[in-house]
Design a protein. Structure first.
Length: 350
């Protein structure tokens, strides 16, 4: 019976076979990503390029993070036939996310994957790949909120929590949920070229390639110290970010020498006054890009960067994107933010 099922898993000879391995606690949206993108990829003549199936260690109802289950017909026999295996995230008490080790069922499942098969993860699915030993000594990424736990559990993996996805050849990892879209489009592009990937992106109404990395999605407010001797200067600086602010001015607000102020500031905040000012100006610029109709030049002035080119340099360094790209991503009503009705940047940022 098992052999009959194995023969029936993939039914279209010649297509690239993709098996999506799901577990209890599945995030349903992540299951849909490979089906919606790779399942819709077509050649120039309209022929399907991938066959995508869902499988589980034990076929049957799989609990999701929502209030419903997903009925999975296929077991691990699909892994033995697959050319690509994709592991989405799952939130369940039996996950490697908490323990750093796989349960016996997952271990046996991974043993069925053929050598040379491409294996990829979406979001915290990277914990499964790491627990299976597939990421040892390799670069990898996962959701930024899980990065500290990942590094603690898997110190042999070179984690980069700033990028959207990482391609290490036969093993690929991606960041949060939406990065699964970026990853699948990348695999399509790698397999069949940009034209096919772009056509899938247009059909799905997603960008074929996103600028930047996870850093643009992370807020990093500076925690206020419990006891502060430089807090008044920081509060004053926040009210005057549009001005050129000198270290002497800040020190004078606290009636300190520059040397004493700098030392106490670093002790209380964990960075130099100049670094703190740059961070606060970036946060002010992000807020204005998201919430205002101001031009990039006006935002640069109000955030204290002086010029659009200086703002672009700092935003690119900190977040990996230009002001226009950031605004298109995060602005409420983003398609209308350029003022020309096209959704294209008008400030020269790329």
């Amino acid at each position: 019976m098992c052999e009959d099922r194995a023969m029936a898993v993939f039914t279209r000879p010649g297509l690239h076979k993709v098996a999506v391995l799901v577990r209890h606690g599945l995030l349903p949206i992540e299951l849909g990503i490979p089906h919606a993108l790779m399942g819709r990829a077509r050649s120039a003549t309209g022929e399907r390029l991938y066959e995508v199936v869902t499988c589980a260690v034990a076929p049957g109802p799989i609990r999701t993070e929502g209030d419903f289950t997903v009925n999975v017909d296929h077991g691990t026999e699909a892994l033995a036939e697959a050319d690509t295996v994709i592991v989405p995230a799952a939130h369940d008490r039996d996950e490697p996310y908490d323990r750093g080790a796989m349960n016996p069922g997952l271990t046996e499942a991974f043993a069925r994957i053929r050598p040379g098969t491409r294996v990829a993860s979406i979001c915290t699915g990277a914990f499964v790949l790491a627990a299976a030993g597939l990421l040892d000594g390799k670069r990898a990424t996962t959701h930024w909120r899980a990065s500290e736990r990942f590094q603690r559990l898997f110190p042999s993996v070179r984690l980069d929590s700033d990028v959207l996805y990482i391609d290490e050849g036969s093993v690929l990892t991606s960041a949060g949920i939406a990065s699964g879209v970026d990853l699948c489009l990348h695999m399509i592009r790698r397999d069949h070229g940009a034209a096919v990937a772009n056509a899938v992106a247009r059909r799905t109404v997603v960008p074929p390639h996103r600028d930047g990395g996870q850093a643009q999605f992370i807020r990093r407010p500076v925690p206020e110290p419990r006891v502060s001797s430089t807090g008044a200067a920081r509060a004053w600086a926040l009210r005057h970010l549009d001005r050129p602010l000198t270290l002497r001015e800040l020190a004078e607000r606290e009636s300190m020498s520059v040397r004493t102020f700098t030392r106490r500031f670093r002790d209380e905040v964990g960075m130099s006054p100049q670094q703190w000012l740059t961070q606060q100006r970036i946060e002010r610029a992000r807020q204005l890009l998201e919430e205002s109709d101001l031009s990039i030049d006006r935002i640069a002035a109000q955030a204290g960067f002086g010029s659009a080119s200086t703002l672009r340099m700092h935003l690119q360094t900190a977040l990996g994107v230009s002001p226009s790209a950031y605004r298109r991503t995060f602005r409420t009503g983003a398609a209308a933010d350029t003022g020309n009705g096209t959704g294209m940047a008008t400030d020269g940022s790329r």
